[in-house]
Write a protein that binds this ligand. Sequence first.
Ligand code: PPE
Length: 308
Amino acid sequence: MPITPTKKIWMDGHLVDWESANVHVLTHTLHYGTGAFEGIRAYSTPKGVTIFRLREHMERLLRSCKILMIEVPFTLDELCEATAQVVRVNELHDGCYIRPLVYLGYGEMGLSPLSSPVNVAIAAWPWGAYLGDDGLANGVKMKISSWARHSPNAMPTASKTVGGYVNSSLAKVEALKAGYDEAIMLGADGRISECTGENLFIVRDGVLISPPPSEAGALRGITQASVVTIANDLGYEVSFESMRRDDLYLADEAFLTGTAAEVVPIGSVDDRLVGSGKPGPITKAIQSTYFQAVRGELAQYESWLARV
Ligand code: PPE
């Protein structure tokens, strides 16, 4: 997905011109993938642009860094304020995607990152539907990847580690080259884990089911958690259960969740239609409530929205 440049990027406490937001070629993270990132969205609401679950995203960024033993030189409050500042100065009134990145900078080479400088950057730009407008409305074609998700003892799956995304990238390219929209990855034990940058749910007999994140080696999604709350509020039961590929083939409905992707119906898995192949009624109810929530149209979810 192309990036639309904005004016300023926050780098280590300063607002830097978009074109000047560069790093040295010997940046540690560029060589070893040591670092962590987040993906956050802001949406236009009746009260102005607000950032969806900002604090939870920044808490997860700090947790990712804790796992990697990276000490972030900014507090949670400072990171939240910096993010709000980026949205403000770039006048992103219609909403945007926000990418905070903690990376190890220039100074040391070699696998121990312990004495490298820790840098933080926060960029934001307008971004449309990650899996396309058609996918959002009509469902996406999924393929189970030949690439397994990381085993949790090979890569910490609860951390959004930069280098960990090579695994997702391999699966994504494989799916795209084969004519699919997105990949579903199996965990080290052969059970369903997650997608390349999204969690997934199936609907079976009116119950929403998602793989339990830590057991499945999946990221604990903030959109996934929001969907659980929304589903419960709409009166649906939600259960975290490990599942196999058959469970996807035989689901009544299925959808994926992620900040970039939002809530996207799954039309088919490995060329088997999910239900009728069209977005099902529960998926549609969850999706439309999610969009109302992020756009500040539902008072009960206002605590999820951070003013800028
Ligand atoms: N699993 C993975 C592996 C993942 O990267 C994401 C977010 C999720 C699940 C969903 O998490 P959450 O956003 O908290 O609901 N993926 C981010 C990066 C995507 C990208 O392509 O880059 C995102 O959605 O921003």
